[in-house]
Design a protein around this ligand. Structure first.
Ligand code: TYD
Ligand code: MG
Length: 473
């Protein structure tokens, strides 16, 4: 139950909610062909991984919600965006532009960073860790929406960041900060300001693991872009996804690593995700996925152990539980591997989450490899979707996946039959598999192949491969 206070007439909002295009905007319908495609140039953030997810930069007049669990690095990312955008600007003049209150003027080049969680000194401390101090960045420690709106009108920034939406309070709503009504109304006011002024608004919002906490979820339909910052706090990798994007694809991901001086973009994530892989351990299989247009190699690890007592445990990290149950049933029934009474643990290394069915075959192989206690050849990867009949199905863009695997030193690909004549010339050994039973047979043969240990065709260590291969950083 959420309290909905009877608020007075929304006078503040009606004035703020003028159409984005300004006073010369035409009212009434327009022919689609008469509308210019994108009125203003996008604002590049200088963080290529973020720009990739946004679809080429921030769109003026838009609102972006950056959500994530506490401690994941939202404030750090927000400050880095602010810094990268503010850096190139001249320091703010002593006399702010005076404009009539209530009507924001055209955005200046400034960037306003509003924090309801940290004091200016704390923000200064955090900014001190960045490579370059954004001296011209305007910092405001404030939680009252009305005060933020005043500062916005006075300085007319091109970018406003608010950390976090849960700390804001508007006078129009009586309930406490962080309540659904407060979060929604405060955000609505600021979003209206962004639309009318043409500035970009970035709202930071905390989300719990379940994503249920009042806040980001109630805002998703209000904002133009919803970014989710994910990762394991114990690890340095962070993945940025677009859950919603009115100006681009939601398929692209950005990969960052959290270091001593903030977040750094990772241009070659596969190398990072495979860095600590032990190629000769049973229960491990590498898969080539596609994250947007970018192929990404990940390691799937499985541990199948006799169940202690009671029902068998099934735990999957980074993989869907239902899909794991399905693949276990297929492996037992079609692959003839007895896994159903066993405890099963599945892990995707690097804190990544797999959503693509193309990982099915790798999961099956990792499970079978652990159950049979035989390791896959260390230079092999697997790609393919698995159906309930045990058949291995085709997946999209096999070439891109195989090329990424080759780049990192892999030499064999288990994949669905058909449609891969072009790949053979590239020196990659292609192992077509019809169904799960054939994959299991291949695993047993590969394990017992003579001389397997004599020729360590282990893929090159990432550090070495980074040296040898032309880096695209
Ligand atoms: P933070 O951005 O405060 O997370 P959020 O706003 O999502 O709650 O930062 C999270 C963690 O990142 C924090 O525990 C400290 C760490 N960190 C670094 O490792 N390096 C850095 O340069 C910075 C600024 C933070
Ligand atoms: Mg924070």
């Amino acid at each position: 139950m959420v309290e909905e206070p009877d608020t007075p007439a929304p006078h503040a909002r009606s004035s703020a909610r003028a159409p984005f295009a300004g006073p010369d905007a035409v009212t009434g319908p327009l022919a689609l062909g008469d509308i210019a495609p994108e009125p203003r140039a996008r604002l590049a953030t200088d963080l290529p991984e973020l720009d990739r997810v946004l679809g080429g930069g921030l769109v003026p007049g838009s609102a972006v919600l950056l959500g994530g669990e506490p401690g994941i690095g939202k404030s750090t990312l927000a400050l880095q965006v602010a810094a990268a955008t503010a850096e190139r600007q001249p320091p703010p003049s002593a006399s702010p532009r005076g404009s009539s209150p209530g009507k924001p003027s055209e955005p200046s080049g400034q960037v306003l960073y509003v924090s309801g969680e940290e004091s200016p000194e704390q923000i200064r401390l955090r900014a001190g860790r960045l490579p370059v101090l954004p001296a011209s960045l305007l910092v405001l420690a404030e939680t009252r929406v009305e005060a933020i709106a005043d500062a916005w009108r006075t300085h007319a920034p091109k970018l406003v960041l608010v950390d976090s939406i849960q700390t804001l309070q508007t006078e129009r709503v009586e309930s406490a900060a962080g309540s659904v009504a407060q979060v929604r109304e405060s955000a609505a006011d600021l979003i209206a300001l962004a639309k009318s002024s043409g500035a970009v608004l970035i709202l930071v919002g905390h989300v719990t693991k379940e994503g249920t906490l009042a806040g980001p979820r109630v805002l998703e339909h209000l904002v133009d872009v919803v970014l989710a910052f994910e990762g394991d706090r114990g690890q340095s990798f962070r993945v940025l996804r677009a859950a919603k994007n009115r100006f681009g694809s939601t398929l692209e991901v950005g990969v960052f690593s959290m270091g001593e001086s903030g977040l750094a973009g990772v241009a070659n994530p596969s190398e990072l995700f495979l860095a600590e892989r032990r190629g000769d351990a049973p229960g491990s299989c590498v898969v080539a996925l596609l994250e947007g247009t970018r192929p990404l190699l990940l390691e799937v690890q499985a541990l199948v152990a006799p169940a202690g007592y009671g029902t068998a445990r099934r735990t999957a990290i980074g993989f869907d539980d239902g899909r794991l149950a399905l693949l276990l049933a297929v492996l037992a029934r079609r692959g003839g591997i007895d896994v159903l009474g066993m405890d099963v643990y599945l892990n995707v290394t690097g804190g990544m989450r797999i959503g693509e069915p193309a990982a099915d075959l790798a999961v099956i192989l990792a499970l079978a490899s652990s159950r049979l206690d035989v390791a896959l050849p260390p230079d092999a990867i697997a790609v393919g979707e698995v159906g309930l009949g045990g058949e291995v199905r085709r997946v999209g863009r096999v070439e891109a996946r195989v090329q990424e695997a080759m780049r990192l030193g892999f030499r064999r690909v288990l994949m669905p039959r058909g449609g891969h004549d072009k790949l053979r010339a590239n020196g990659m050994e292609l192992v077509p598999v019809e169904d799960v039973a054939e994959a299991v047979r291949w695993l047993r043969c590969a394990a017992s192949a003579p001389g397997r240990d004599a020729s360590p065709r282990h893929p090159v260590a990432p550090a070495e491969s980074a040296r040898r291969l032309p880096s695209n950083t």
